[in-house]
Ligand binder design. Structure first.
Ligand code: NAP
Length: 273
């Protein structure tokens, strides 16, 4: 029997932490196989999926910009993926190559301890991560869900899709929120590092701040929220839980959450994240 192969596709792929997490998981569970990074240009996506079928690659993580484009190349997608309109995980169900979305679980899991304190919630941004956040918050039963984005038409569309309210970008910090989720790239390593989607002169407060950005772990947005007395959830928690969910889909095994978190944190410290 050939050794199981797994990997991640995206373009550009940069320094993905997924190979670290999944290769550690395979070793920890004593499973044969390896997980690779496969940078894949958009024009090569179709050929890549044909190769997944031909080589019967066991599991693939899918990241930007392929999460929507990959859908028509698959045999079917799960209800969770349909709710978000994006796929981040390929897996086999018998002879069918399937698409799933574990970003929703990645966002929901770290919010579960705060279930009774999530409403009203504000999602900042209207891209793929914001869609996953809206699906997660709806799934957690958040009754008052709002979306704000610099391109208001996109916020309005997202709000319509999830029966939420669109809030003007200029008004996002004018009222108190139980939860604010940053689903923009502001604060990410690189040119956006010093930036935050939250204005320095915010009038409203937030009780809980969740930054989906995970590199660095401590973003400008989380610094602002901490100064304002909020509780914090880092994007590393989302990354960790979406990865644990993928591993379980592919292998049926649940990895030790604390050990996996320590592995990722140690790597972030070493690489300056
Ligand atoms: P996306 O589809 O490109 O959407 C980004 C959103 O941010 C859009 O609404 C965009 O607005 C907005 N935006 C971009 N630059 C902005 C700026 N300067 N000011 C205000 N808004 C701005 O990206 P995505 O896939 O949703 O990902 C968003 C972020 O989530 C990523 O950068 C990543 O850090 C994080 N993420 C984390 C994980 C994890 O595992 N922790 C997983 C996925 C994503 P426009 O449409 O107007 O451009």
């Amino acid at each position: 029997m050939s050794t199981a192969q797994y990997g991640i596709i995206g373009w550009p792929l940069g320094h993905s932490k997924s190979p670290l997490l999944h290769n550690w998981g395979l070793t920890a569970c004593g499973l044969p196989g390896s997980y690779a990074a496969w940078p894949t240009e958009p024009k090569k996506l179709k050929a890549f999926v044909a190769e997944v079928r031909a080589r019967r690659i066991k599991g693939v993580s899918v990241t930007i910009p392929h999460k929507v484009a990959v859908i028509p190349l698959l045999d079917a997608i799960t209800d969770r993926a349909r709710a978000v309109g994006a796929v981040n995980t390929l897996f086999w169900q018998g002879a069918a190559l399937m698409g799933d979305n574990t970003d929703v679980a990645g966002i929901a899991a770290p919010l579960t301890p705060h279930l009774d304190r999530l409403s009203p919630a504000l999602v900042l941004g209207a891209g793929g991560a914001a869609r996953a956040a809206c699906a997660a918050l709806r799934g957690l039963g958040v009754s008052d869900l709002c979306v704000s984005a610099r391109t208001h038409a996109k916020a309005q569309q997202l709000a319509t899709d999830f029966q939420a309210r669109a809030v003007d970008w200029e008004s996002r910090a004018k009222q108190p929120w139980a939860l604010v989720v940053n689903a923009t790239p502001l604060g990410m390593q690189g040119r956006d590092l010093a930036l935050s989607p939250w204005p320095e002169d915010a009038e409203g407060a937030m009780a809980l701040a969740f930054d989906l950005v995970y590199n660095p772990v401590r973003t400008r947005f989380l610094e602002q929220a901490e100064t304002a007395g909020a509780q914090l959830v880092s994007g590393l928690s989302m990354f960790l839980h979406q990865g644990l969910a993928q591993f379980e889909i592919w292998t049926g095994k649940r990895l030790d959450e604390q050990r996996a978190r320590q592995l990722l944190l140690a790597d972030m410290l070493m690489t300056g994240g």
